[in-house]
Write a protein that binds this ligand. Structure first.
Ligand SMILES: C[S@@+](CC[C@H](N)C(=O)[O-])C[C@H]1O[C@@H](n2cnc3c(N)ncnc32)[C@H](O)[C@@H]1O
Length: 456
């Protein structure tokens, strides 16, 4: 392993199978549809096997029912149904641009997978740089329809998703999209409209892996970060490294510091980086082992961009806790998470340079770990300025993801309007971030993200 190290530790790799390397916040729990593709002979053939069924943890489900029915209202029953049916979960296949991927691309396409980030989506995202750009293009009085999925509108299985330029989703007129003016980024993720899972790729001695499996919603925080070539980037909570890889697929940062204090997870992170990155990149990727809460003090103002993909309740994984004891223990520890998350976010705001960007994300639906954390930190950080991601991310990508609901017009600050102040779950409407809620046919998420700029 030749990645640069901030500490003197040596990495000793464990002999885990690639499927065990899947992050809990990606997919590895519950029974999933498993495909195996016989690449030998190039006659890619899909077969399905079911993993051993695991039932959900009643204590966790009870708590989610209480909390999320209040916070999400009508969205919760459908989200609950998705979370309780792992057979319906979708999987994303992020290609590795540092490896030859022509054969994998052909196999994916032949199986009906198509790219998630179509040219118009990506150019809109990049072109929008600031959400205000796209906001100003919208007609006054125009409102967005709720982006939640109507399963009946989805293409049948085996029909690849197409760029639907006539789609009425969100009432957006495709003519008003900015014309593509930037090159297409190299971040490529293939998805299928059906819950098919591509097999994990085994280690290939001397060869880089060609793809990484993930929940496609995990790409949204990386898109929100808008990393440019030559920037210094900090991934404060990095293991197992899915988002770090996505950052390196989308740009060539001068430095990417991947921080992870947990030694086992750091091994996992290092293994991921080693399996996907060419040696030439190893000098610009650092693995660090600090407690993220104090990182901002030790490296104040050094980074252009900081990602805080915080430890969180991880709804998908927690629902399938190994046993009642583990579920109970997790619920006990849940109350401590918002404080840890707020400390991590504050530390990130110290680590970023004036004018730089911090993206905060979690894979839970819980408003206590999402909007409430952001609100707390903004109150303590007058130089932090929230940016609205709705027009920039939720609108162009609503054909793939179900977002909670449109933030109220003009409510992009964290100051709630009086009529929303006592309303549960109203924070998303206040523009404190965007929330991907799994829904039938759009089973990605949960994923919360918000972007904060540190004023100059
Ligand atoms: C949600 S996971 C990150 C997933 C990762 N970003 C990815 O995309 O693969 C959160 C990570 O934060 C780490 N973590 C926990 N406490 C931390 C702390 N005090 N500082 C930094 N990271 C911490 C956990 O060990 C875990 O690996």
């Amino acid at each position: 392993m030749h990645l640069l190290w901030r500490s003197r530790w040596k990495i000793s790799f464990k002999t885990k199978t690639p499927s065990e390397w899947m992050c809990p916040c990606h997919y590895h729990t519950g029974p999933v549809v498993l495909q195996s593709i016989q690449k030998k002979g190039r006659d890619s053939q899909v077969t399905r096997k079911h993993r051993k069924e695991r039932s959900s943890c009643p204590a966790v489900l009870d708590l989610f029912d209480q909390q999320y029915s209040e916070e999400l209202g009508d969205l919760w029953p459908a989200a609950r149904a998705v979370l309780l049916d792992p057979h319906s979960w979708q999987y994303g296949v992020m290609l590795n641009r540092f490896s030859a991927v022509t054969d994998i691309t052909q196999i994916l396409q032949s199986q009906g997978f198509s790219t998630l980030l179509l040219q118009t989506d990506v150019s809109a995202l990049l072109h929008n740089g600031s959400s205000m750009v796209s906001r100003s293009k919208r007609q006054e009085g125009e409102d967005c329809a709720v982006s939640l999925c109507d399963a009946s509108k989805f293409p049948p299985c085996d029909t690849p998703l197409q760029s639907d330029s006539t789609s009425p989703v969100l009432g957006q007129n495709p003519q008003s999209e900015p014309t593509p003016s930037l090159s297409i980024p190299s971040l490529q993720c293939y998805i299928h409209s059906c819950p098919l899972r591509f097999p994990s790729q085994a280690h290939r001695p001397g060869q880089l892996k060609q793809y990484y499996l993930l929940n496609a919603a995990s790409l949204l925080p990386v898109l929100a970060l808008q990393v440019k070539d030559g920037e210094k980037v900090l991934d404060l909570c990095s293991a197992p490294g899915g988002k770090a890889l996505a950052i390196l697929q989308s740009a060539n940062p001068a430095l990417l510091c991947c921080n992870e204090p947990d030694p086992h997870r750091r091994d996992w992170l290092a293994k991921t980086l080693e399996s996907f990155l060419p040696r030439a990149l190893h000098s610009s990727v650092i693995v660090s082992a600090q407690d993220g809460r104090t990182f901002g003090q030790s490296e104040a103002g050094l980074y252009d961009k900081v990602l805080v993909d915080a430890p969180c309740s991880n709804d998908r994984s927690w629902l399938y806790s190994r046993n009642i004891q583990q579920g109970g223990q997790r619920l006990k520890e849940r109350a401590k998470l918002p404080s840890l998350q707020a400390q991590l976010l504050k530390s990130a705001l110290s680590a970023v340079r004036p004018g730089g960007i911090v993206v905060y994300s979690t894979c839970t639906l819980s408003s206590f770990e999402n909007c409430a954390v952001v609100e707390t930190v903004l109150d303590d950080f007058p130089e932090a300025e929230l940016e609205d991601l709705w027009d920039e991310i939720a609108v162009p990508l609503s054909r793939y993801f179900a977002f909670s609901s449109r933030p109220g017009r003009g409510q992009t600050t964290h100051e709630p309007p009086p009529q929303l102040q006592n309303s549960a779950g109203s924070s998303y409407r206040r523009g404190l971030g965007i929330l991907v809620v799994p829904q039938p046919g759009k089973t990605w998420g949960p994923m919360f993200l918000c972007r904060i700029r540190r004023r100059k």
